[in-house]
Design a protein around this ligand. Structure first.
Ligand SMILES: Nc1ncnc2c1ncn2[C@@H]1O[C@H](COP(=O)(O)OP(=O)(O)OP(=O)(O)O)[C@@H](O)[C@H]1O
Length: 361
């Protein structure tokens, strides 16, 4: 198990030198991934997740920067010299072998003594609910079961620098996905391995990872815990991409201790001395912290109410700008005029798409 250092790692395809930031498929990134932690690389299609994963596995040699495993420069080392395990989208197993033989394969290759192999195989099988299938041939098992074997093969070695997962739940039946997602989290806790998991599914990323790397257009826009991504998105993209629905963003200008949005003064929960009056900013607030109210509040127009069973969400317009708010239990609401309360403690201010840290009042 290692610590992985991304020291200015960036990549352009086709051997082109990057003239501007836009030339990078992955823009240069500095970060240290700690041993024993689970990281998810999350973002929409084409954002650079696979490029970053392939740089770590050795499939792609980055055009900029250095990659260090425990301080050792591995930037140009081939995959087989990096001591990593990989789990792909589709099962990679031997159909003619039994489940136990498949799980044991990476250990036998390294000439681990038989009693240790047996102990480790039964430990991993138990974690993935494969114990009852250990003696069966892999051939004829369902795609779900085969992918579980692949996961097991990726996890069976305890001496790897990292385990890389590339959208490993793609072939898993949706009903089983929930179960396997939390199982992987439990496996991670038990095994103390550095895991890196690529996905475009935020639920998968947030359930699995200690830290999520959110990528957009080749840039790591935030690396944080699931709670940080939710409560303090550092970039408007993170606010919009994390959460369902995403964060509301209202455009306005700094005015005294607040923001003027469509002629309405909204008082902020912190001071922003670095932002001069008249500066154009965005006010970010999650739908959970924007609530319709019977009493005073911002005048809004209700366009639609979605009843999600456990909560209701109102789609509103504030002087033409759309936003989503929570409807309190028991409150009657129809189309038309309504009042809205925004929790000042949960507001964030964004200048040129980046969050500005406010000073406590
Ligand atoms: N072999 C390649 N040659 C040229 N450009 C590439 C190559 N592979 C990826 N790209 C480009 O690099 C950018 C990042 O792609 P990448 O595959 O890393 O994204 P991704 O987030 O993994 O997407 P997906 O979820 O669709 O797999 C994209 O613009 C893509 O078109």
């Amino acid at each position: 198990m290692a610590q992985i250092t991304l020291d200015g790692i960036g990549h352009t395809y086709g051997g082109r030198a990057a003239k501007t930031d836009a030339d990078y498929a992955l823009k240069p990134l500095h970060h240290i991934w700690e041993a024993g932690k689970a990281y998810a690389l999350l973002g929409p299609s084409g954002c650079g997740k696979t490029t970053l994963l392939n740089i770590i596995s050795g499939l792609v040699i980055p055009s900029a920067g250095r990659l260090l495993f425990d301080g050792r420069d591995v930037t140009r080392l081939p995959t087989e010299q990096r001591n990593i395990a990989q789990v792909f989208q589709f099962p990679v197993i031997y159909d003619t072998m039994t489940v136990a033989e498949n799980l044991a394969f990476p250990l036998r290759n390294r000439r681990m003594p038989r009693p240790q192999i047996e102990a480790r195989v039964s430990e991993i099988a138990a974690m993935l609910d494969l114990t009852k299938d250990l003696g069966r041939r892999a051939q004829g098992l369902t795609a779900d079961a085969k992918q579980k074997i692949s996961l097991g093969r990726g996890l069976v070695r305890s001496d790897v620098s990292a385990v890389l997962f590339d959208e490993p739940l793609t072939v898993i039946d949706p009903a089983l996905k929930w179960e396997l997602r939390s199982k992987l989290k439990a496996v991670h806790r038990a095994l103390d391995l550095l895991m890196i998991y690529v996905t475009h599914d935020q639920v998968e990323a947030l359930t699995f990872a200690d830290r999520v790397v959110v990528l957009n257009d080749g840039r790591a826009v935030q690396i944080g815990t699931p709670a940080e991504l939710f409560e303090k998105p550092e970039h408007t993209f993170v606010g919009y991409f994390i959460g369902s629905p995403g964060m509301n963003f209202l455009e306005g200008t700094i005015e005294g201790a607040g923001i003027l949005v469509e002629g309405h003064a909204i008082t902020l929960g912190a001071a922003y001395p670095g932002l001069a009056a008249g500066t154009r900013v965005k006010l970010g607030i999650r739908p959970d912290y924007a609530t319709l109210t019977e009493a005073d509040g911002l005048p809004v127009r209700v366009r639609r109410v979605d009843d999600l069973g456990r909560k209701r969400l109102a789609h509103l317009s504030l002087g033409g700008q759309p936003l989503v708010a929570t409807v309190p239990n028991g409150m009657a609401v129809g189309d038309g005029e309504a009042r809205l309360r925004l929790d000042p403690a949960r507001m964030h201010v964004y200048f040129e798409e980046l969050r500005v840290e406010g000073k406590p009042l």
